[in-house]
Design a protein around this ligand. Structure first.
Ligand code: CP
Ligand code: NVA
Length: 316
């Protein structure tokens, strides 16, 4: 009698065609949809994937502090059966980025990097023969945006036609959110103070992506206009890592951009409040909003773990 073939515990995984995630656009719209679906499956059935990264080692190179991203990547790798090692400090200071890349690739199956300059992530990706994942740079935070799309999908059931409003700095998180939201058929509205707008090239790209979906990406200086009819209101710190020295000046310019209960009341009736965290209560938002039933900030944090697992599986 023929012995039945052993069944693989891991289902066939969708693969990302391009090996690196330097920025959101490195994964296609279709891959992004698959990533959301895979994240939800990983969250429901974690044991199915428990040995998916067996025998793989992944290095985390972080130039900036992190609670969520670093710990969820380390936990994700461990929970998928792999090994994670972290190195904290400047990349490309003791030796060129291209040399760092060509060392680390010899020991590992992948690099997760949090950097100041986007050029550092791009340099690692260019020189390393293993996948490089952007775990936040000055321009993008794709891992955050992917997990947030999962949180919105869980909360609203579908993403098509939802309106996401971002009030605050036109920063890395805003960039990644507009690129992901546009590609998943959502409307996106950004309200920033004058002088703190999003990068015009990234905004134009997001507008084009939205146009292709029949939705809109808009930028304004009016927070009330941005949140009008929004299903989700998102904010982030006014001074990102590396800009802390501008905090005093920024506090003055951003004062009218605080997401408080009054602004939340101007959003859609069932709007949720979102924040990538860490939050500065009393600045970009208030304790009352953070602790309100509308707040999904800890669901967002929870989903970072599952979304990162999905990303690792699709890239590696
Ligand atoms: N949201 C986020 O990326 O948090 P950390 O900076 O703690 O990783
Ligand atoms: N915009 C923030 C996000 C932190 C997760 C920063 O870059 O510091």
């Amino acid at each position: 009698m023929a012995t039945p073939a052993p069944r693989s515990p891991v289902p066939l995984l969708p693969r990302i065609a391009v090996g690196d995630l330097r920025k959101d656009q490195d994964i296609s719209e279709n891959e992004l949809r698959q990533l959301v679906d895979l994240t939800l499956d990983l969250k429901r059935n974690p044991r199915r994937y428990a040995s998916a990264l067996e025998g793989r080692s992944i290095v985390l190179l972080f130039e900036k502090p992190s609670l969520r991203t670093r710990l969820t990547f380390e936990l994700a790798i461990q929970q998928l059966g792999g090994n994670a090692v972290s190195s904290i400090g400047p990349i490309g200071e003791r030796e060129p980025v291209k040399d760092v890349a060509r060392n680390v690739e010899r020991w590992t199956s992948g690099i997760v990097a949090r950097t100041f300059d986007q050029d550092t992530v791009d340099g690692l990706a260019e020189w390393a023969g293993v996948p490089v994942i952007n775990a936040l740079s000055d321009l993008y935070h794709p891992c955050q945006a992917f997990a947030d799309m999962v949180t919105l999908r869980e909360h609203f059931g579908a993403l098509q036609g939802l309106k996401l409003a971002f009030v605050g700095d036109g920063n890395n998180v805003a960039h990644s959110l507009m690129l992901s939201a546009a590609r998943l058929g959502m409307n996106f509205s950004l309200a920033t103070p004058p002088g703190y707008e999003a990068n015009p090239h990234i905004l134009a790209e997001a507008e084009e992506l939205a146009c292709a979906q029949g939705t809109r990406v808009e930028a304004t200086h009016d927070p009330a206009e941005a949140v009008s009819g929004a299903d989700a209101v998102y904010t982030d710190v006014w001074a990102s890592m590396g800009h802390e020295h501008e905090a005093y000046e920024r506090n003055v310019h951003f004062d009218a951009y605080r997401v408080d209960e009054t602004l939340m009341a101007q959003a859609g009736p069932k709007a949720v409040f979102m924040h990538c965290l860490p939050a500065k209560r009393g600045q970009e938002t208030t304790d009352a909003v953070m602790e309100s039933p509308q707040s999904v900030v800890f669901d967002q944090a929870e989903n970072r773990l599952h979304a990162q697992k999905a990303l690792l599986l699709m890239l590696l």
